[in-house]
Design a protein around this ligand. Structure first.
Ligand code: FAD
Length: 421
């Protein structure tokens, strides 16, 4: 392979891994520097000693229309790592009334499902669904609630579960434009809105295959390399300095991609105007004493009028997600009270006998799960080019037009690599 120059990528989350895979595909030599001792960043698996098994730091919903994720998996040689649900079918349970329903999106570009009362959220009229469709008119300054209404069943049973899952904020705060971006890429056709599951966890599906593919293609991966500063001269980066280990000289033909979370980028490159506010996500993982109780239950279940928003089933683990946790009443309770409440909601939602118990539980709070995706912050996302000619930015917060998601992070990495090439 002819050496075209090296791409130095800092941060081995999905954005950095995606940049690295795209760069080696384009024939460039790559070094990936990661501050921690492992890759994956905010999307990782690890062994939890209390639960006695490997869990994901948080449940992640990926949809079949996430085309950058599909390209990423192809580059990693892991096209089959995610399992696609046979239909775009989303079961729901309302904790207060005990009602159940399913949202079933049809295949093809015309969303006929909204005309069928058995396929749209229970009790939501066609007129209310059409009002929710005003999301398509989203401008820069709109929140989801401003456009589509803060009250009403369509908001409670459709927009709210989607806004917290996609934009990590409730409709009154969430940028309508960012929710629309996902709607246009995925929900416009049921074939693109099928949920994708990682049966062996996020690490096995998204991180390990990428690392293996990179190594196989000659990529150099260095852990424990925490970037502390960039050296600059004549409008370009000339060296990378790390907290530990030697500085790295950046040659004339070399490029640098920073794929850091926004608060870290702000320390290294204050000019970049990385968003400073963030929103958290809370996940509770319960390991069941008797997993046979979960047989035949849906792998993904949405909840309304509850603290829990989504339940994911993985083997003998019941995992619950509370997105935008600081905006959800009750989520700041102490661990024991919170676990009791979340477990009670799961038992009811999954239709388990009331005395069903769990063997072990773990609560994980990711304080900076995503940047705060309000219209203001969404309008101020940094571009992927910088003032320095050989420096490019990647990460879920840069201006891809997509929300801060796996798809957004992966796409930002692809683009940064393409710009750098
Ligand atoms: C609990 C939770 C649930 C989520 N749910 C979903 C979901 O359902 N669907 C979805 O699509 N998305 C979801 N997300 C968002 C998704 O995980 C992120 O958008 C994505 O992982 C961000 O990737 P990234 O590469 O941009 O950043 P990061 O993953 O943060 O990667 C940045 C990397 O840089 C490293 N680093 C930091 N500082 C330095 C430094 N100075 N030097 C070297 N390395 C450094 C970090 O260690 C890290 O590995 C969720 C996130 C969380 C936390």
């Amino acid at each position: 392979m002819m050496e075209k120059g090296r791409t130095h990528i800092v941060g081995a989350g999905l954005a950095g891994l995606s940049a690295a895979l795209t760069s080696v595909e384009g024939g460039r030599a790559v070094t990936l520097y990661e501050g921690a001792q492992h890759a994956g960043g905010r999307c990782r698996s690890y062994f939890d000693s209390r639960l006695g098994c490997t869990i994901d730091n948080g449940n992640h919903l990926v949809l079949s229309g996430n085309r950058s994720v599909a390209r990423y998996l192809k580059r990693a040689g892991a096209e089959d790592a995610l399992e696609k649900a046979p239909e775009a079918r989303f079961p729901f349970y309302d904790v207060e009334s005990g009602e159940r329903w399913e949202v079933v999106m049809n295949d093809g570009p015309v969303p006929t499902w909204i005309f069928d009362r058995n396929k749209r959220p229970k009790g939501v009229s066609l007129a209310e669904m059409l009002r929710a469709g005003r999301l398509l008119l989203a401008g820069d300054r709109h929140t989801v609630a401003e456009l589509c209404g803060e009250e009403g069943l369509a908001t409670e049973r459709f927009l709210e579960p989607m806004a917290v899952a996609v934009v990590n904020l409730p409709p009154r705060l969430a940028s309508a434009k960012l929710l629309r971006a996902t709607a246009l890429e995925a929900w416009r056709d049921g074939r693109l809105a099928r949920p994708m599951f990682a049966p062996q966890g996020l690490g096995a599906a998204l991180i390990e295959p990428a690392l293996a593919a990179l190594k196989e293609k000659g990529g150099d991966i260095q852990y424990g390399r925490l970037l502390s500063r960039l050296e600059q001269e004549d409008g370009r980066v000339t060296a990378l300095h790390f907290v530990r280990g030697d500085a790295i000289k950046v040659g004339r033909e070399d490029r640098v991609v920073l794929a850091l979370p926004p608060h870290r980028l702000a320390d290294i490159l204050p000019d970049a105007q990385a968003p400073s506010e963030s929103a958290s996500i809370l996940n509770a993982h319960f390991r069941l004493a008797d997993p046979s109780a979960l047989a035949g239950k849906p792998k993904l279940l949405g909840l309304t009028r509850s603290l829990t928003q989504w339940i994911f089933l993985k083997g003998d683990i019941v995992s619950l997600t509370v997105s935008a946790a600081e905006y959800i009443e009750g989520s700041t309770e102490k661990e024991k009270a919170l676990l009791t409440r979340l477990w009670r909601e799961s038992v009811a939602a999954l239709g388990l006998p009331e005395n069903t118990s769990y063997e072990a539980a773990r609560l994980v709070r990711e304080k900076r799960a995503t940047f705060l995706q309000t219209p203001d912050n969404a309008a101020r996302r940094p571009s992927q080019r910088t003032k320095l000619s050989n420096l490019f930015l990647a990460g879920d917060f840069v201006d891809t037009g997509l929300p801060a998601t796996i798809e957004g992070a992966v796409r930002s990495g692809e683009r940064a690599a393409q710009l750098a090439a």
